[in-house]
Design a protein. Structure first.
Length: 161
């Protein structure tokens, strides 16, 4: 049974290679009171010195799970009753702040590899593909920065429900 004081939002890191990014997402999840961080594929997991350097202990205060494959994590997300969301710049994506959140609904936000993004299989199964509107020349954010922006936008609105 999920903790009622936590936001029913799980962040799923799929093949995120940088332990510093993983640690930063743990800190973000702790700061916003998210339900959990789920790690998939090559994503590093606690305990690890480089992860701890940016997590600053949040890997101990945030519930987390590891899945060898995204299909295992997807099945667990479905069992949890959470709708899968993907954070990615893709055809048909909608701004993260325009997504229509359903009161009381649990969500899982997939975040992918630093260079290659979210796996196309996840795009195909997503309830919605969300993006952060960007206006600079690069139109690209670091994984942990993008996670922070999106998780704040979603968790802030979910707390207001």
């Amino acid at each position: 049974m999920p903790d009622p004081d936590l936001i029913p939002l799980i962040v799923l890191l799929d093949d995120v290679r940088s332990l510093h990014n993983v640690g930063a997402v743990f800190r973000t999840a702790d700061a916003f009171g998210l339900e959990a961080v789920w790690l998939c594929g090559i994503t590093g997991r606690p305990p690890h010195r480089d992860l701890r350097k940016t997590a600053l202990g949040a890997e101990d205060s945030v519930a987390w799970r590891y899945f060898a494959s995204r299909s295992e994590a997807s099945a667990a997300l479905s069992e949890r009753g959470a709708l899968p969301l993907v954070l990615e710049q893709a055809a048909g994506s909608i701004p993260v702040d325009a997504f229509d959140l359903k009161p009381g609904q649990a969500y899982g936000l997939w975040i992918g590899h630093e260079v290659y993004g979210v796996n196309s299989a996840l795009l195909d199964m997503a309830h919605a593909v969300l993006e952060i509107p960007q206006f600079g020349a690069k139109r690209s954010l670091n994984v942990s920065v993008a996670a922070g922006v999106a998780l704040w936008a979603l968790s802030h609105r979910m707390r207001q429900e």
